[in-house]
Structures are given as structure tokens and as C-alpha cells.
Design a protein around this ligand. Structure first.
Ligand code: GLN
Length: 301
């Protein structure tokens, strides 16, 4: 496509349908996943439309400026930038989240952690609001999803990066949950010394990729997502050690700790839990692909 020719090529105009077809084959030839869907999402973004609206305007010609904007977006995707960062948002738990390169893009498997947390909350019969903490909240995905389902509890969400906390707060605002979630900047549990009572539930999806496994992931991940959100140090387990060692101090009697894990980390994490010796009822749930994904444990009496 030659953008010097403005919105026409050989006298024929670039319409929405022609661009969708062109983008599909161009993205496909660059091995980009889901080329048609990607082309449509980027075109809709360039035109400030919802994707569905493209279908009602197939024959609409593009202005030269719109064409340039679209072409720039396609270039970014060819350079392997994730669609979520290009368009600045991602859906999680059927809610829209703003995302940028300061935070991990929320993953579908993390919905299993939200489900497991909700299952635990469903077992509670008393109406007393519970205190729930999301550690390493990033975009705020977990805290916001939980608060959207169970708004009468009291939520806390922390991250060691101010920029992540700001984005998470914005996402809470987007869903009218600012008053339900208290945001804090801090390194794991260190910022919670002396903040009110303990927690009834602590949830976290910590970084869990072994350091030397990061640059063998897809370029979308290692080139664009924040290393700090991925890197679990040498063996991938460093954050589990820190969280498991101190979470019980901050949990109320009967409080639960729920953690997302890598598909091959259940045994290692269970070993850390037994070594710390402060928990009981260790359990694990699988994700939709059948991999171990979420572990939980109760503070020992
Ligand atoms: N809690 C956020 C999420 O699950 C961020 C997790 C992280 O950065 N490791 O998406």
C-alpha cells in the first residue's frame, strides 16, 4: 500500500472492506496470529469505531490521514507489539481494562484465580465485609474483577510501581469501584505493616517465569511486557518464597492465600508452603487447558 497516493490506489479508493482484506493477507504473510480479527481491531481503532461498525460501513472510503494512522498501527503489530498495547485496552472478566507497557496484559488464565477467590467468598455465610488484598495488582485486573462481583467487601491492591497503581486506580474508576478498592504503592507485604487489621484473603498473580526462560517466550511478551511483571528470578519461585513467608502474618485466623502459578510449579510451591509451616489445606485448581494454575492454602490455627 502506498500512502503517498492518499486514500486511493490506481484511481480506486481504499474502502473499509478492501483494507480489511489487504490487512488480513499482509498480517498473515508476517505470521501474525488471527490476522483478520487483528486487522479489524486495528482499523476500528484507527477510525474510532467499534469493530462491529466496520461491517455496516464496508464501502466507506478512508481519508488519507486515516489511512496513514491505520498503516502505522499495522507496522507496530508487524514489529510484534501486542494488540492490547496498541489499542491501550484489554478485556478481562468481561470488563474493559486500560493497559500500557507499565503493566502485564491480563491473561484469560488469571480468571481461574478470580473464580477460585469467588468460590472461597461464596462459602462465607456471615454478612461481615471481608478484607481482601491483591498483591502486585498491575492493571488492577484481579481486584477490579473481584470487587465488581462482590462490591460489599473491602479491597486493597498494591504494586511496587507507582505507574501501575495509577493505572489500576483508573481502571477501578472506569468501573465505578474507586470507593471499594484502596490502592497502595509497596513491595509485596512490606507496605502493610500496621495498616488496620489483618486480611481475610490475599490473592496474587506474581511474576513466575525463570529469568533465563524470558527471552525464549514470544517476542510480544519479552520485547514489550514489563520484565518486572514476568521475572521470578533464577528458578521462577522467588516471589512465592517472599509472599508465602510473610502472608500468614497478615492473614486473620482462617484467612486464605490464593496464588496463580506456572503450569509446572505446583510441587515446588507446595514444598515452600510446607517448609514455612504456617498453612493448612493446601489445594490446587487447573485452568481451562488442564494445567495446574491456582493454589490456595489456609492460615494454620
Ligand atoms: N495482577 C496483575 C494480573 O494478574 C499483574 C500480574 C503481574 O504483573 N505479574 O494481570
Amino acid at each position: 500500500m502506498n500512502d503517498e497516493s492518499a486514500a486511493s490506489t490506481n484511481g480506486a479508493q481504499w474502502t473499509i472492506i478492501k483494507l480489511i482484506r489487504w490487512a488480513t493477507s499482509y498480517l498473515n504473510s508476517h505470521d501474525v496470529d488471527s490476522p483478520r480479527a487483528t486487522g479489524e481491531i486495528l482499523l476500528a481503532h484507527a477510525l474510532h469505531l467499534d469493530r462491529i461498525d466496520l461491517y455496516l460501513r464496508f464501502d466507506q472510503p478512508l481519508e488519507a490521514a486515516e489511512l496513514r494512522t491505520f498503516k502505522a498501527l499495522i507496522k507496530r503489530r508487524i514489529a510484534r507489539e501486542p494488540v492490547a498495547y496498541i489499542v491501550g485496552k484489554k478485556e478481562f472478566w468481561s470488563l474493559d481494562f486500560d493497559v500500557n507497557e507499565d503493566v502485564l496484559i491480563p491473561r484469560p488464565e488469571t480468571e481461574c484465580l478470580v473464580e477460585a477467590a469467588l468460590d472461597h467468598l461464596a462459602e462465607i455465610t456471615s454478612r461481615r465485609p471481608r478484607r481482601i488484598l491483591d498483591l502486585g495488582t498491575g492493571s488492577g485486573a484481579i481486584a477490579v474483577a473481584l470487587a465488581s462481583q462482590k462490591p460489599h467487601h473491602i479491597y486493597f491492591a498494591s504494586d511496587r510501581f507507582q505507574s501501575a497503581v495509577e493505572l489500576a486506580r483508573r481502571n477501578a474508576g472506569r468501573h465505578d469501584l474507586c470507593r471499594s478498592i484502596h490502592f497502595l504503592v509497596g513491595d509485596w507485604l512490606s507496605s502493610f505493616k500496621g495498616i488496620g487489621d489483618g486480611f481475610d484473603m490475599i490473592v496474587s498473580n506474581p511474576p513466575y517465569i525463570p529469568s533465563d526462560g524470558i527471552n525464549v517466550l514470544q517476542p510480544e511478551i519479552y520485547r514489550y511486557e514489563p520484565i518486572a511483571a514476568l521475572d521470578g528470578n533464577e528458578d521462577g519461585l522467588a516471589c512465592y518464597r517472599r509472599i508465602i513467608k510473610s502472608a500468614h502474618i497478615h492473614l486473620n485466623p482462617d484467612g486464605v492465600l490464593l496464588l496463580e502459578i506456572g503450569h509446572d510449579q505446583r510441587e515446588d510451591v507446595q514444598q515452600i508452603v510446607s517448609r514455612v509451616g504456617r498453612y493448612q489445606d493446601f489445594n490446587c485448581a487447573k485452568d481451562y487447558s488442564g494445567y495446574d494454575r491456582v493454589v490456595w492454602m489456609r492460615k494454620r490455627d
